[in-house]
Design a protein around this ligand. Structure first.
Ligand SMILES: CC(=O)SCCNC(=O)CCNC(=O)[C@H](O)C(C)(C)COP(=O)(O)OP(=O)(O)OC[C@H]1O[C@@H](n2cnc3c(N)ncnc32)[C@H](O)[C@@H]1OP(=O)(O)O
Ligand SMILES: O=C([O-])CC(=O)C(=O)O
Length: 371
């Protein structure tokens, strides 16, 4: 037995949900470019959960179900108020709150497919409220109740800021949600599947996935990209900052990918949005800096940008706090996690690989007094 470091190239599950073949990403066979340009996030949720696009009445029903389930237990808001708010990261708050949602869901451990689907809707609906409520509570503000007549993306921005977003903001945010919704067997989705393959519950699977997404090698990279852009500060500083990092053999966040070689097909969509939004908000330098970084990394490291690189300047342009970028990724990816969890339950087998033992050979126990 010999180990493959990082399970690179190992096919660990069959899935009908999304595929990456020759650098092309599809959700259920629909090209991500097509979906990014045409589908709403709610349509994508339906697609991932039912492996087909919804008809008009089915989409209306899902939107209604999401709107009806957005409120969260007051106990979660009260918990937030008790946190050390100046230091707690929103991803830690989210991880804990999703676990708490499970505590308050009477059906949490009911394992039939209908109950699991109802939980999927509740979780997808409430996770937007959880993230926005935490974002407000830590600023000493009260959470804003969702408006049932708004779509998912608009409601998120409304609950975050307390005012209805402009159409262009909704369009950009909705597209970002579509682009982040699913991605084959990425680290957090794999984590979710491993968790529920023990027949643990949906909330445990998503809580585990949030923990995996939090790391800077995965979803946490978008916040780190913004940190880097803020540190660089101006177009003039890009070259020396990036060159120093490269000379020191440091990783540049938002670049590289385990699966894509030619490039992440989501990045060009985010790049276009970044250009448009930074111009609109009067911060075109942020986009120009991003492009300069991009060109240096592509030229010197031959590494293309991944989904996290241009999303940073997109979310910044939408006036979103930088440490909320990864929680927003989680809000979108919940749709994919849940799709994979339901798929895992439908054809389950415990996921239990082996480890190649590389420690010492057989040893004889030595009493503590003789060590
Ligand atoms: C949503 C997402 O999760 S997308 C990914 C988000 N993560 C990031 O943007 C973090 C930065 N990128 C990375 O760390 C990596 O590219 C990963 C984690 C995404 C993929 O990692 P892996 O497939 O394991 O590649 P690995 O980390 O082994 O890198 C291979 C080589 O490329 C280099 N490399 C990879 N990414 C980068 C980068 N962003 N900057 C500089 N060098 C890099 C590594 O240093 C390594 O070089 P070496 O062979 O000389 O040691
Ligand atoms: O697939 C991966 O390894 C990471 C990624 O891009 C994602 O989860 O969107």
């Amino acid at each position: 037995m010999s180990a493959t470091k990082g399970l690179e190239g190992i096919v660990a599950a069959e899935s009908k949900i999304s595929s990456i073949i020759d650098d092309t990403l599809t959700y259920v066979g629909y090209n991500i470019d097509d979906l990014a340009d045409n589908a709403s996030f709610e349509e994508v949720i339906y697609l991932l959960w039912h492996t087909r696009l919804p008809k008009a009445d089915e989409l209306a029903e899902l939107k209604q179900q999401l709107a009806d389930n957005m409120s969260i237990p007051q106990a979660i808001v009260d918990q937030f108020k008790a946190y050390p708010l100046s230091t707690v990261h929103p991803m830690a708050a989210l991880r804990t709150a999703v676990s708490l949602l499970g505590v308050f869901d009477e059906e949490a451990d009911v394992m039939d497919p209908e109950a699991n689907y109802r939980k999927a809707i509740r979780l997808q609906a409430k996770i937007a409220t959880v993230v926005t409520a935490f974002a407000r509570v830590r600023k000493g503000l009260e959470p804003v109740a969702p408006k049932p007549e708004l779509g998912y993306a608009a409601n998120f921005l409304y609950m975050l800021k307390g005012e209805e977003p402009a159409a262009i903001e909704v369009e950009a945010f909705d597209k970002a949600l579509v682009l982040h919704a699913d991605h084959e067997l990425n680290a957090s989705t794999f984590t979710a599947r491993v968790c529920v393959a023990t027949l643990s519950d949906v909330y445990s699977g998503v809580t585990a996935a949030i923990g995996a997404l939090k790391g800077p090698l995965h979803g946490g990279a978008n916040e780190q990209v913004m940190k880097m852009l803020s540190e660089i500060g101006s177009l003039d500083n890009v070259e020396s900052y990036i060159q120093t990092k490269l000379d020191n053999k440091e990783k540049i966040m938002g670049f590289g990918h385990r699966v894509y070689r030619k490039g992440d097909p989501r990045a060009p969509h985010l790049r276009v949005m970044s250009q448009k939004l930074t111009e609109l908000t009067g911060k075109p330098e942020l986009y120009e800096m991003s492009v300069k970084i991009h060109d240096m990394i592509v030229e010197q490291k031959k590494l293309p940008a991944n989904v996290d690189f241009f999303s940073a300047s997109v979310y910044d342009s939408l006036g979103i706090d930088h440490d909320l970028f990864t929680p927003i990724f989680a809000v979108s990816r919940t749709s994919g996690w849940v799709a994979h969890i339901l798929e895992q339950y439908a054809n389950n087998r415990l996921i239990r690989p082996r480890a190649e033992y590389v420690g010492p050979g057989m040893q004889k126990y030595v009493p503590i007094s003789e060590r």
